[in-house]
Design a protein around this ligand. Structure first.
Ligand code: FES
Length: 157
């Protein structure tokens, strides 16, 4: 990351501190804003947010890695998160994985070369009775079939 980019990001984080407050309760809203803008929260951003809120960077990292809607890597412009938890697994998650990976030519955990789509697994989305379930950006889909999953992927391609 270039120096001017770091300075801009530091300034942006300060602005978010003004918006959400300089306290522990502001941690998730600030992380969400950074995630929404950059599609990921870099190590540098995590350190700066922790420094501003007086929260240890390890704690910031553990929050980022706990929530499936936050991510430490800069990803594609669209993020597809497929539930990997047991109900969805039993409901046919593997067929969805195969269909999406075949359609995009990448594996889960990877991003398309044009940075348009990242594929990730996530923990339970709270739609266990409607599995297999996945979340694309902020929209949740349930009762997926391989055909439906490919249609959704093609809409964001
Ligand atoms: S197990 Fe997939 S949504 Fe709960």
């Amino acid at each position: 990351m270039l120096v001017y980019e770091k300075n801009n990001l530091m300034e942006e984080i300060q602005q978010l501190g003004k918006k959400h407050g300089i306290n522990r309760n502001a941690l998730i809203p600030i992380l969400q804003d950074i995630q929404a803008k950059y599609h990921g929260i870099s190590d540098f951003a995590q350190q700066e947010i922790g420094r501003m809120l007086s929260i240890h960077p390890v704690e910031v990292y553990s929050v980022v890695s706990f929530y499936s809607f936050l991510n430490s890597n800069i990803e594609g412009r669209n993020v597809v998160r497929l539930c990997k938890t047991v109900s969805c697994d039993l409901a046919g998650k593997c067929d969805i994985v195969k269909a999406i990976e075949r359609e995009l030519g990448i594996k889960f955990g990877e991003t398309t070369k044009d940075k348009r789509i990242s594929l990730e697994y996530t923990n339970c989305l709270g739609m266990c009775d409607q599995g297999p379930a996945m979340i694309v950006n902020e929209r949740v889909y349930g009762k997926l079939t391989p055909e439906a999953a490919v249609t959704i992927i093609n809409e964001i391609k």
